[in-house]
Design a protein around this ligand. Sequence first.
Ligand SMILES: [Zn+2]
Length: 60
Amino acid sequence: MESTAVVLAPDPVCSAYLPKGKVLLVSDHEGETYYFCSFRCKLTFERDPTRYTREKHIIW
Ligand SMILES: [Zn+2]
């Protein structure tokens, strides 16, 4: 009966969890899509994407 499950996507910059279908701020990096809570997080990521994608693989 759970047909409205919300898929959460992590914001790589501030680690907030965002409902995927509602996130408007997205960025593609090396074939992966990243989601952001704010324009500031998106800009921070795009300034130095490898920093956040590397941390993701090491920590998670
Ligand atoms: Zn954020």
